[in-house]
Design a protein around this ligand. Structure first.
Ligand code: FAD
Length: 469
């Protein structure tokens, strides 16, 4: 509705993945009072992977998933579909956040996770292309060299530094001055993965209620009695009683648990998808190995080809809409669409007239350490995991495994990770939140424009605090 007022299509029609989704049939919404063993709130990757692992761990467990809109309506159906093996934004940051030993462990867990994900997603337009990091200015070359060295130190093979001509042979942009090939990563169609996870849940006997908004986690049982071994929550047209609840609502989480805003900030990222490229246009780009690509700026462009050879062109210059707004009024940004089109033309002048009929935004939950966090609320009855900071396709699979173990009180090596046991440094509340986001964004933009980090950035760096999508 709001999108139409702006002259834009609603996200279901403007997001390439959602708009081209095949044969989607929503499950009925929840009415009345329902009982189950474990209930999952949110049917994005986190919620559906949690349900997947719950059924793996205990096939007879009665699992119900509730989703406010349709499965994949949140970030999981709107992302770039670029799958990274790295669980932090880079291995260097993982060392900074968790120490060298843990970073090494995370690196190997991340690789094995993508191998497993690839086996499941092999029919979701999965392409194990690896990733290219590209340098646009000399400072980025130093960063690429450092990434290469860190990979060698923690025992990750196959990284390759590329000179100007080598990187331009992979994709021909006049802005590239060097590159780093990062093996292991992949591209996929995220909504095909969502739909496969949904089918899997239903085949295994799980229940899914779509178009079902959870209104309050404070719900009372229908007869007014409380139960020590269960908890009841309130949905729009009924209640849901379970022994455990898993909250898998990522950037929407504060709508149900406002206290968690201390640990994350909701931001919006924006993406364009082009018309399909002709053979002649493909020839001009020379993108024959089809890698997903990111550049070395803090607010970087990320891009890839779709299976029908469209260019997906995104920006990590994320927006914070105060006070912590996450709703359909944030789904479009004409300013970002213009910046994206301009940057495309600068990167690829040979294809400057390419048109981008799909354009949309999506919500991201960002943390100061750029990785997710986990915990419990309501006396341990509600377990949560969120905060993937724009980097969640691989990590949500691990989070699902972690949450399924926590919900069934089973032990696993993953539960010992610092990412699980420790919480990220908090964000300030409003109005300080808006002011600090503005100050940090401006400082980072100056660095991307070639300036040196100012005092504020140096201070945040010492404290290990990041701001990114
Ligand atoms: C534009 C964009 C580009 C991205 N690109 C990449 C990328 O290339 N690679 C990568 O690894 N990651 C990327 N990400 C991040 C990745 O998509 C997310 O980290 C991941 O999808 C988070 O999954 P989730 O299931 O936790 O959250 P979501 O997918 O947001 O799911 C949360 C669900 O909870 C539901 N919900 C919320 N409130 C309620 C309620 N009250 N009752 C019931 N249901 C509710 C929502 O409707 C939603 O479906 C990107 C994200 C965006 C937005």
């Amino acid at each position: 509705m709001y999108a139409r007022l702006l002259g834009m299509l609603p996200v279901e029609q403007s997001c390439y993945w959602l708009a081209t989704r095949q044969g989607y049939n929503p499950e009925p919404s929840l009415t009345g009072n329902i009982d189950c063993d474990v209930a999952v709130i949110g049917a994005g990757f986190t919620g559906l992977w949690t349900a997947y692992f719950l059924k793996e761990l205990q096939p007879d467990l009665d699992v119900a998933v509730v989703e406010r809109y349709v499965t994949g309506y949140g970030a999981s159906g709107r992302n770039a579909g670029m799958v990274s093996t790295c669980l932090d934004h880079t291995h260097s940051l993982a060392i900074e956040h968790f120490g060298r030993e843990e970073a090494q462990r995370l690196a190997h867990i991340g690789l094995a996770n993508i191998d497993e994900l690839g086996k499941f997603a092999d029919d979701c337009d999965w392409e194990r292309t690896g990733q290219l990091q590209v340098a646009l200015v000399p400072k980025h070359i130093d960063d690429l060299k450092s990434n290469f060295e860190v990979a060698r130190e923690i025992g990750l093979p196959g990284y390759r530094l590329l000179g100007r001509d080598e990187v331009r042979a992979e994709l021909d942009s006049p802005l590239y001055i060097a590159g780093l090939y990062v093996p292991g990563g992949a591209i996929l169609n995220p909504i095909k993965l969502i739909d496969k996870l949904k089918r899997h849940l239903l085949e295994k006997g799980g229940r899914l209620f779509e178009k079902t908004r959870v209104v309050s986690l404070d719900g009372r049982s229908p007869n007014g009695q409380s139960h020590s071994d269960s908890h009841t929550i309130e949905c729009e047209n009924g209640t849901l009683r379970a022994r455990k609840f898993v909250l898998a609502t990522d950037a929407y989480t504060h709508h149900l648990v406002p206290q968690l805003l201390w640990r994350f900030i909701p931001l919006y990222d924006y993406i364009l998808v082009s018309e399909p490229l002709s053979a002649e246009q493909m020839e001009k780009l020379r993108w024959q190995n089809r890698q997903g690509i990111v550049d070395g700026r803090t607010f970087f462009n990320y891009y890839r080809l779709t299976s029908d050879n469209r260019v997906l062109w995104g920006t990590s210059e994320a927006v914070y809409y105060p006070p912590n707004k996450v709703d359909e009024t944030c789904d479009h940004s004409t300013k970002h669409y213009q910046t994206l089109e301009d940057s495309w033309k600068r990167h690829f002048p040979a294809l400057a007239d390419l048109s981008f009929p799909y354009r949309w935004g999506g919500p991201i939950a960002s943390t100061t350490r750029l990785t997710p966090f986990f915990g419990t609320a309501y006396g341990g009855n509600v377990i949560y995991g969120l905060g993937y900071t724009g980097h969640g396709i691989g990590t949500t699979r691990l989070a699902g495994k972690i949450l399924a173990h926590l919900a069934t009180a089973r032990d696993d090596e993953l539960l010992k990770l610092k990412m699980v046991t420790d919480k990220p440094f908090p964000y300030p509340p409003e109005p300080l939140r808006s002011l600090s986001v503005k100050a940090v964004t401006k400082s980072l933009q100056q660095v991307d424009a070639g300036g040196s980090p100012n005092l504020l950035l140096k201070l945040l760096d010492v404290m290990g605090i990041g701001f990114s999508s």
